[in-house]
Write a protein that binds this ligand. Sequence first.
Ligand code: NAG
Ligand code: NAG
Ligand code: NAG
Length: 368
Amino acid sequence: MLALKRSGASAEASTEVARGSRDDSSPQEPCYLRNMISKCRWKLLAMLAFVLVVMVWYSISREDRYIELFYFPILEKKEPCLQGEAERKVSKLFGNYSQEQPIFLQLKDYFWVKTPSAYELPYGTKGSEDLLLRVLAITSYSIPESIQRLKCRRCVVVGNGHRLRNSLLGEAINKYDVVIRLNNAPVAGYEGDVGSKTTMRLFYPESAHFNPKVEDNPDTLLVLVAFKAMDFHWIESILSDKKRVRKGFWKQPPLIWDVNPKQIRILNPFFMEIAADKLLRLPMQQPHKIKQKPTTGLLAITLALHLCDLVHIAGFGYPDAQNKKESIHYYEQITIKSMAWSGHNVSQEALAIKRMLEIGAVKNLTYF
Ligand SMILES: *[C@@H]1O[C@H](CO)[C@@H](O)[C@H](O)[C@H]1NC(C)=O
Ligand SMILES: *[C@@H]1O[C@H](CO)[C@@H](O)[C@H](O)[C@H]1NC(C)=O
Ligand SMILES: *[C@@H]1O[C@H](CO)[C@@H](O)[C@H](O)[C@H]1NC(C)=O
């Protein structure tokens, strides 16, 4: 645009010069004319040089313009991606489990066929089928076309750990095909360290962000991880605007939640089962009192290993034992003490992640 305008201006200038020389028939002013032309030439040259400098400066200051104006190829240094690599590597841990499992629950598996489930939530759907059916009838299960058409999917799971602070990983994170985030982790105000792209966000009612429009992209998939039947009840009451339920949650979830039902997905509890059984080796049938379960982070890695060909993780890990005062999250000041009654075994999860790093199934972008 700038260049066009400028060349237009210089064309005008040169026609003026031409006209000037044609009009000049009086012999008494040859010197003046010659001076004028050479002056104009200098002016023109100076103007062109100035435009060029401005263009280059502007282009360099804005990388995208650089590409647009000079047609430089996009030299993105992307990690080489090998199809099926994550799955191959992790089969050592997961065994040859069925790849047939859908990522998200589908209405047809509960409406026509009653898919039997061996476990109750969070590891299966046993006993919650009726509530689930009502939720599936008003939500979707599709994986976006933009992800499906990729031959090789590069994914990053962004944990909520304090290690993301001042990491400056934002730009690198935004370059992955799929960016998975967890719970109510904010993006606004932390873009430099955590990026701003969110392909999927895993959450449960108590961990839902109260203002999803601010922290997510319009096409972010909001993936509900159900721990109990009430969680299906909650999402149904929100989406169908039915009477809200307030009891049965350990923390008040949003009562008004501004989301598009098309963004909602229900995660297949199969991934919770795999994370608990294969990664943490938890007993599937636990007495009510114990109730240990994987964190959303470990669940997200499990899901990514199923969905993606390359899995990187950032912001995983908790402060060292001697660093009890350090916050565990990048966005809020809470310490490891708050994990005491969460039902998560942090040291056991660390061992599981270490194992996955060792066999090369995942790679860490922050210290782990
Ligand atoms: C998984 O299947 C492959 C061949 O399909 C086999 O070589 C491997 O031993 C199997 N792994 C397990 C844990 O069963
Ligand atoms: C957590 O896991 C570690 C390592 O597997 C184990 O030694 C410890 O007993 C576990 N803690 C609880 C509370 O189960
Ligand atoms: C990954 O973690 C290891 C320690 O386990 C660390 O040495 C390495 O620097 C980390 N990688 C990155 C990119 O931070």
